[in-house]
Design a protein around this ligand. Structure first.
Ligand code: ARG
Ligand code: ASP
Length: 661
């Protein structure tokens, strides 16, 4: 009875080809095209990915190794998120020209701003090389050969399904990428950390760049002689808008998912790792927030730090809620048991689940120690630099910095004893409390004392680093971004192979690994709570409702208030639910993750309707298990982007090079 129930549960949760789940390889999209077309898509597999003609892949780029961008004009104009262009915008900002606060609008090509170390990569082609590697060629040889094919070519061989398949990716990289436009942060980051991972959302999270090339349209280092790149393909933009149920497709570079991990790993994440990391970060955020509230200079000083700590902190909370709500640990356990039963008489697979579990037992504590160390002692600075010391607010930071040291020393106590550094044990014995111990080391570092006084801090730091190296060595891999080890990797190769033989109904797709993928779904709201439905579209009226000059995250530019008052929306005014307004963001069911930020959201005809930038927080467990009932990605409506460029930025001239439909 219990067994049937569990099986039923597993079937419900891990249903084959779940609606809208999946991040598909573009070169294999023909396997999905019937399903896509049944859901409304009107183009062909060749339109998405082709090596014979210009296709949609030629308009999508990996943006600086962490985001996605898309080409929207025949003259190299590129769209991505504000939070993806943030570093570039910040680097150009000074007190006199504060582009982060006030926005930046190049009014001619000559005003576009070059950026050091900013690059984009187009996918030239991808191909499976599993057989070549089996025949004795090494990945390095394959990569070298591919790189020699063209100017600016980059290549890599990536593993799919834990190495069951290997794919070569060949890219063309452009290094002259110039800043064209960015809205004020009060639009591009509207809602700040308060609204981050939240729906309803009203963030105009976009920025614009332009790719430049040599006169013969090839990649070239920055030069004033360079000309706008002429892409093989750029996206047309639909200004007709979206409505619930409309087909949506996202084409981009999702970074990292773990859809096939065992229940043990999910339990570790939801019950041990995430809760501990959340608690540690809550403490850090409290300290930083208090400092920020005490002093406007400190608010600015800690802004970036606060944002980066808070981003994962909130994501993890949603992830735990989502995993618990979905019962992923129980359903995965049932699934593993079914598989193990099937594998009983198959020598290749018979012991793989048990072996995986044994390996998890071996490494769990070490990995937890690794994570706790990274979240505590590793966050403390080795020194306060001369540049920091020269800052006007430096002395006023002391109480916050000291509190962060005390907090880190206290929370490091979560680290299992055998993985603590010897220094820490000695320091605790000597000073009796983590606070007193922290104070002693902090004072020396804060004062920038002589080397003798610095000794204990330096020793602790070195030992901490050595302990992390030791754990990497123990796990046999440096890639510790996930709970992983060399042995786990090998066992998963077998496990996934077995799963694909056993579970014939399931539509398998390889975990995200920052290679180009297609996700498709539809515009959709969802039931947020019992009886509480969240509509999939927000509007300018919602921005005005949140607007509050007293609250930093909700203080919009006066120009936006004026536009709202005059209702002078021009062609961007749209009647939604009987009210004339401007659309701002929308929700869809596309399966996305970190790295998909900036990705084009396309309609059934392959036209641009939005830019992806986030998910709802309880969706973030889609990195581990996708739940069609609540997993939603968040996009900024392309009409809001155009409205802001035109009406707020006064840079409507940029629209002339776009293809508006
Ligand atoms: N949550 C989004 C992502 O993971 C946006 C992060 C940037 N925004 C912020 N308020 N911190 O990248
Ligand atoms: N905000 C994420 C990014 O920057 C996207 C996500 O996690 O949904 O890629």
């Amino acid at each position: 009875m219990k067994r049937t129930l569990l099986t039923l549960l597993a079937a419900l949760v891990l249903l084959p080809a779940l609606a809208d789940e999946g991040m598909w390889l573009p070169s294999l999209i023909s396997e999905r095209i019937d399903d896509m077309r049944a859901k409304g898509f009107r183009l062909t597999a060749e339109d998405i990915y082709s090596i014979n003609k210009a296709s949609m892949k030629d308009a999508v780029v990996l943006f600086n190794g962490g985001c996605t961008g898309e080409l929207i004009s025949p003259e190299g104009l590129l769209l991505t998120n504000h939070h993806c262009g943030y570093d570039a915008i910040q680097k150009h900002s000074t007190v006199e020209h504060d582009y982060l606060t006030n926005g930046f609008w190049a009014m001619s090509r000559a005003e576009e701003l070059p950026n050091e170390k900013l690059w984009v990569r187009f996918l030239v082609r991808m191909e499976e090389v599993t057989d070549r590697i089996a025949a004795g060629e090494t990945a390095a040889q394959i990569v070298e050969k591919a790189k020699a094919e063209g100017t600016g070519y980059k290549a890599s061989v990536e593993q799919m399904y834990y190495g069951n398949q290997q794919f070569l990716f060949v890219y063309e990289q452009f290094d002259d990428v110039r800043l064209v436009a960015a809205p004020p942060s009060s639009i591009g980051k509207f809602g700040g950390d308060t609204d981050n991972w939240i729906w309803p959302r009203h963030t105009g999270d976009f920025s614009m760049f332009r790719v430049y090339a040599s006169k013969d349209n090839r990649p070239a280092a920055y030069s004033p002689q360079n000309v706008p790149y002429r892409p093989k393909k750029h996206f047309s933009i639909s200004t007709k808008g979206v409505k619930e149920g409309d087909f949506t497709m996202i084409y981009g570079f999702p970074g990292n998912t773990q859809e096939y991990i065992l229940s043990d790993a999910v339990a570790y994440i939801a019950e041990r790792s995430d809760p501990a990391k959340i608690a540690v970060r809550t403490g850090r955020l409290d300290i930083i927030t208090k400092a920020q509230e005490s002093d406007p200079a400190l608010r600015i000083h800690y802004a970036a730090k606060h944002a980066s700590i808070a981003n994962a902190w909130k994501k993890w909370q949603g992830e735990v809620l989502g995993i618990n709500r979905l019962g992923t640990v129980a359903s995965k356990r049932a699934y593993e048991e079914e598989f193990a039963a099937w594998a009983q008489d198959k020598p290749e697979y018979r012991s793989v689940v048990a072996d995986l579990k044994a390996e998890y037992d071996r490494i769990m504590d070490a990995y937890f120690a690794y994570e706790i160390t990274r979240e505590t002692l590793s966050t403390l600075p080795a020194a306060y630099t001369p540049e920091e010391r020269a800052e006007e607010c430096f002395a006023r930071r002391k109480f916050a910095e000291q509190a962060l040291w005390r907090h880190a020393f206290r929370e490091y106590g979560r680290c299992p004893k055998v993985y603590r550094t010897p220094s820490y044990a000695e320091g605790m014995a000597r000073y009796k409390s983590p606070e007193a111990y922290a104070d002693a080391l902090f004072e020396a570092v804060w004062e920038g004392s002589d080397s003798v006084a610095m000794q204990p801090a330096v020793r602790l730091r070195e030992e901490t680093k050595r302990m992390l190296d030791h754990i990497s060595w123990m796990l046999g891999t440096k890639s510790l971004r996930n709970l992983n080890s060399k042995i786990l990797n090998e066992l998963y190769t077998t496990y996934i192979k077995g799963l694909r033989e056993w579970d014939r109904e399931r539509a398998f797709y390889p975990d995200a690994n920052l290679t180009l993928r297609v996700a498709y779904g539809s515009v959709a709201g969802y039931e947020y709570a019992d009886g509480e439905y969240h509509k999939p579209q927000t509007t300018l009226d919602g921005i005005i409702a949140k607007d509050n000059p007293e609250i930093y995250d909700y203080d919009i530019p006066q120009s936006l208030r004026d536009l709202y008052a005059s209702k002078n929306y021009g062609r961007w005014g749209t009647v939604i639910d009987g009210r004339r307004t401007v659309p701002v963001c929308f929700l869809a069911t596309n399966h996305t993750t970190g790295g998909n930020s900036g990705s084009p959201v396309l309609n059934a005809g392959g036209e641009l309707i939005g830019i992806n930038f986030d998910r709802t927080w309880r969706s973030t467990m889609s990195d581990i298990a996708y739940d069609p009932a609540i997993c939603r990605n968040i996009a900024v409506d392309i009409r809001y982007v155009l409205f802001v460029v035109d009406r707020v930025g006064g840079a409507g001239y940029l629209l002339k090079e776009m293809t508006l439909k």
